[in-house]
Design a binder for this molecule. Structure first.
Ligand code: C2E
Ligand code: CA
Ligand code: CA
Length: 280
């Protein structure tokens, strides 16, 4: 009926308004958080499946508000993308990750590489790439200590310009992982065209490996594709022994997940490394 339509429109616009307000509120406090240096990185270990040793860590951005509320990146990264704040976050992530590498190098655990996540907007921002190279050279860091994780959405961008940026960074020794593979627009021609080093299986396939034979087949197939293209394959979202056994059976190279290690503060990584390797 007419009145129902009007009512539902009313509710709809109210909901939208509320959402817009929340977005705006988040945007404003995110801007402040960036200025106040309230964003920080936690690190999740990646394990070599042959040795079961931690070989690198993924830097994941966190935002703890003054009242202690932790806002997850899934909430603030999209807003940062819409508002351009993502570039400021990128600068911050690059600076913090490189400083961490310096600290770890000084602490004698310089073998540990850090991977950072860069969205398409970040990766194609010339100033940000320059900042990355400047920071790396300023600290005399080896590029091989840095891995950049890109998602499949990079396949929607101009492949020649993307490849050029990758090759430029590659000259410093920086390597690349394709994140969330299989989730979005998976293009085999891009996979072949871009100078990638790692393929990360999207965690959705792995999580269904026990319950869904098609997900299990996809996970296994992605490992094969990666290997056939000369890439190392990383399984993320490993949550139990079943998943771990499965990826080991199909000779996946690296693994990451709550079952192995949770994302943690740098101090926890340090003590873990000391426990892991008594020679240090
Ligand atoms: P991602 O790059 O796919 O990162 C992996 C996410 O999976 C992380 O969520 C991690 O905490 C979570 N995870 C790790 N192990 C497990 C597991 O065993 N099970 C499950 N269910 N999840 C697991 P997080 O930290 O909430 O980050 C979410 C997303 O936000 C990231 O997904 C990434 O796309 C984005 N993100 C995080 N930090 C940054 C950043 O510094 N820059 C950019 N551009 N994006 C970031
Ligand atoms: Ca990632
Ligand atoms: Ca991922």
């Amino acid at each position: 009926s007419k009145s129902l339509g009007k009512n539902s429109f009313h509710f709809y616009s109210q909901a939208l308004e509320k959402e817009a307000l929340t977005q705006l509120a988040i945007e404003q406090s995110l801007r402040k958080a960036i200025e106040n240096n309230d964003l920080y990185l936690v690190y999740q270990p990646k394990v070599d499946l042959h040795t079961m040793k931690v070989v690198s860590v993924e830097a994941l951005c966190r935002w703890t508000q003054e009242d202690g509320t932790v806002i997850p990146p899934d909430v603030f990264i999209p807003i940062a993308e819409q508002t351009g704040l993502i570039i400021d976050i990128g600068r911050l992530v690059i600076s913090k990750a490189c400083l961490q590498l310096v600290k770890w190098r000084e602490a004698g655990i310089g073998e540990l590489a850090i991977s950072i996540n860069l969205s398409c907007l970040e990766f194609q921002n010339e100033a940000l790439i320059t900042h990355l190279i400047d920071t790396l050279t300023h600290h005399k860091l080896e590029g091989k200590s840095l891995i950049i994780e890109l998602t499949e959405s990079i396949f929607m961008e101009d492949k020649f310009s993307v490849k050029n940026i990758m090759l430029r960074l590659n000259e410093y020794g920086i390597t690349f992982a394709l994140d969330d593979f299989g989730k979005g627009y998976s293009s085999f021609s891009y996979l072949q065209f871009l100078p990638l080093h790692y393929l990360k299986i999207d965690k959705a396939f792995l999580q269904d490996v026990e319950s869904s034979s098609s997900s299990a087949a996809i996970a296994k197939t992605i490992i094969d594709i990666g290997h056939n293209l000369g890439l190392k394959v990383i399984a993320e979202g490993v949550e139990d022994q079943f998943m771990l056994d499965y990826i080991k059976t199909y000779e996946c190279d690296l693994a990451q997940g709550f079952y192995l290690y949770k994302p943690m503060l740098p101090e926890a990584i340090e003590s873990l490394y000391l426990v892991n390797d008594p020679s240090h």
